[in-house]
Design a protein around this ligand. Structure first.
Ligand code: SAH
Length: 509
């Protein structure tokens, strides 16, 4: 049976500007056929098991010719695949989306179209330019400024000038001189406000405004490159007033996130929201551990006969691994009836709530040390308690040391493993403003990826761990900070061990 092709607009680059429908389709696709203008945040949404076909460039660095793309879509659909053809912006706005549907239609392949937010409007909006405004214009025109080498531009400048609308030129960075010239020759005021928005909605977006007669100089002086939209019209005069994007505190900053790759990282999204370019550089990954036997606790239906009366979780991952395991065993949260639950902080408590569980104990400070100390001091656990810690193989000794010192019996039970991941050395990622560490293992994984000292900047001795003296690092808590400080990082520690608290501190970095 034939598959189906979804022609999906990926929007202008900002991951948040992808449609919900498009995102859902990406998560279910067998094959994703994409090109150059699809932003990196959108690429992160693609599940690991989907086949990715890049038609943005082939071996010779040239784009795959259109007829070959059409054929790829047809072949994949004929092989029964669910295909998402992902295109920058909107697939029908200078996206050749129509051409890609023709062959499918001729061959009786099912298809659907999911419009996207076009960069012609979105890049303007992110540059503080409303493409229409009642006081300034009554029409909007989207024009391609693309011309084959040496050929004339096929633009009716007289008509455009007569209409007095907002003009948006796409694919026009190399022809901006001819466009400005054509408009002025056709009678447009050479002082007409114009603007150019480069890499609109993406980290590194730049917006420039100038009178029409000077826009070419601005493009040249600032070395503006594609992708960029050029806007001409009175609305461009609003850019200075409405330029909300350039006010973002982390604009132009490149920040490394070392935490495990998650589809929806609160830290990465929060940093992007503040204007940063986020480099996803996961240094650890976690895998659940599934011991063969259901733990003793579930074999005894009588609550009073359970082997433990207190559970302690020190990470959201621990909660998820454990609760999923329960469910896989055909049990549910009733198995925990009568058991008291302590957890290390708000994120872990939130993970418990996702499974319908409320933490009975959260320490005033979100650290293993505080958890151990306060559980004991408050009498939440005592010598008669039977405590089960459900954690990673790489857990710290803070809680267990405190319990041991107070002679409180416990069992430390790993429910997931933490592995360090090898990444290419940081220097290959280009310039970086600061790093973020959300656990000690992230620091360990990061350091391991840097090779020996001689490979890294600031090295001191052969074969020793590399040094990162003075490199700014934002750390989630004291333990993480200590681990990072050992390697020379210039440390900032969040006030609380939460992502929100890290994001609050980021402004000072
Ligand atoms: N279908 C796309 C346009 C494809 S044509 C859309 O609807 O947005 C390619 C042109 O789109 C580029 O030359 C540039 O003019 C514009 N463009 C695409 N992404 C852009 C971005 N993030 N910022 C500014 N212009 C962009």
């Amino acid at each position: 049976m034939n598959g189906k092709v979804y022609l999906v607009g990926a929007g202008p680059g900002d991951g948040g500007l992808m449609t919900l429908k498009g995102k859902t389709l990406i998560s279910k696709a067998d094959v994703i056929v994409y090109d150059r203008l699809v932003g990196p945040e959108i690429m992160e949404m693609i599940p690991a098991d989907a086949e990715k076909i890049d038609v943005g460039k082939n071996a010779g660095n040239h784009p795959v010719p259109q007829h070959e793309i059409n054929q790829i879509l047809l072949d994949q659909a004929k092989a029964g695949k669910v295909v998402v053809r992902l295109k920058g912006g909107d697939p029908f706005v200078f996206g050749r989306g129509g051409e890609e549907l023709e062959l499918l239609e001729e061959n009786g392949i099912d298809f659907e179209v999911v419009p996207g937010i076009t960069s012609s409007i979105a890049a303007a909006a992110y540059g503080g330019i409303p493409v229409t405004h009642r006081d300034f214009c009554s029409s909007l025109h989207i024009i391609t400024g693309h011309a084959k080498a040496g050929a004339e531009l096929k633009i009716d400048f007289d008509a455009l000038v007569r209409l007095k609308g907002t003009l948006v030129f796409m694919m026009s960075v190399s022809t901006v001189d001819r466009i400005a010239d054509g408009l002025i020759k056709a009678g447009m005021d050479s002082e007409m406000p114009a603007a150019i928005v480069e890499r609109g909605t993406m980290p590194g977006q730049r917006t420039f405004t100038a009178p029409l007669s000077q826009i070419c100089e601005v493009v040249r002086e600032n070395n503006v490159k594609s992708p960029a939209v050029i806007l001409v019209g009175k609305v461009c005069s609003l850019s200075d007033k409405f330029d909300w994007f350039d006010k973002k505190p982390l604009l132009g900053k490149r920040v490394v996130v070392t935490q495990p790759a998650a589809r929806n990282s609160k830290l990465a999204n929060g940093l992007r929201q503040l204007g940063a370019e986020v480099i996803m550089y996961p240094c650890i990954e976690t895998t659940p551990i599934r011991p063969l036997d259901v733990p003793e606790i579930y074999e005894e239906p009588d609550t009073r006969g359970k082997a433990f009366d207190t559970f302690v979780f020190t990470s959201a991952e621990g909660v998820r691994s454990y609760c999923e395991w329960l469910l896989e065993e055909g049990l549910d949260m009733r198995a925990l009836a009568g058991i008291s639950i302590a957890c290390i902080g708000s994120a872990t408590a939130a993970a418990l709530r996702d499974y319908g569980l409320t933490a009975d104990f959260i320490p005033s400070v979100y650290s293993g040390e505080a958890l151990g100390k306060e559980m004991i001091e408050s009498g939440f656990v005592d010598k008669d308690s039977r405590v089960l810690l459900l954690r990673t193989t790489a857990a710290s000794h803070d809680v267990t040391d405190a319990l041991s010192r107070a002679y409180i019996p416990f069992t430390d039970y790993p429910v997931y493993e933490t592995h360090l991941i090898d990444q290419p050395p940081l220097e290959e990622m280009g310039p970086v403003d600061f790093l973020t560490f959300t656990s000690r293992s992230c620091v360990e994984g990061f350091i391991k990826s840097q090779g020996s000292a001689d490979a890294a900047a600031g090295s001191t001795a052969d074969g020793a761990a590399p040094r990162f003296d003075g490199v700014p690092a934002l750390c989630i808590g004291e333990r993480t900070a200590e681990a990072a400080a050992e390697h020379g990082f210039k440390i900032t520690v969040s006030d609380e061990a939460t992502i929100d608290s890290m994001l609050a501190k980021v402004i000072d970095m």
